[in-house]
Design a protein around this ligand. Structure first.
Ligand code: THU
Length: 141
């Protein structure tokens, strides 16, 4: 993946934190998921008064894509920060995907799926799914 596309994914993930519904944790997460055919599906976290019903930003993006018939993915960019930081596009820590989201990636992605965690379009790290979920369970890919 070229650097321009990486930055575009991060930019879109950062924009998605503005749509995050996080009145309980105050932590705003955005994700941008790149499909193999070059489309981008975005997601934000969506919380619930019944906390367990919360959906993470990454899974929002995956479920939007899968529900549109897409099951081949190349990469995802993730950013997260408290509301006030996110509003100013300041992401002082990398936001790593939770275990449930890694498992959803395992379901639909190959080992070389690229996970980008970013503080900005200039400051980011890239991992493969294999690195973040070694010895993962199941998945059809
Ligand atoms: N969250 C995500 O959106 N993605 C993750 O991978 C980790 C956690 C959300 C869920 C909840 O709304 C908030 O961050 C605090 O846990």
């Amino acid at each position: 993946m070229n650097k321009q596309l990486e930055k575009e994914l991060i930019q879109k993930a950062m924009e998605m934190t503005k749509l995050s519904y996080a009145p309980y944790s105050g932590y705003h997460v955005g994700a941008a998921l790149l499909t193999k055919d070059g489309r981008i599906f975005t997601g934000c976290n969506i919380e619930n008064a019944s906390y367990g019903a919360t959906n993470c930003a990454e899974r929002t993006a995956f479920f939007k894509a899968v529900s549109e018939g897409i099951k081949d993915f190349e990469a995802i960019a993730i950013v997260g920060a408290p509301a006030d930081e996110a509003a100013e596009n300041t992401f002082s820590d990398y936001a790593y995907p939770c275990g449930i989201c890694r498992q959803v990636m395992q379901e639909f992605c190959t080992k070389d799926f690229c996970i980008i965690v970013a503080k900005s379009t200039e400051d980011y790290k890239k991992y493969t799914l294999q690195e973040l979920l070694p010895f993962g369970f199941g998945g059809l890919h």
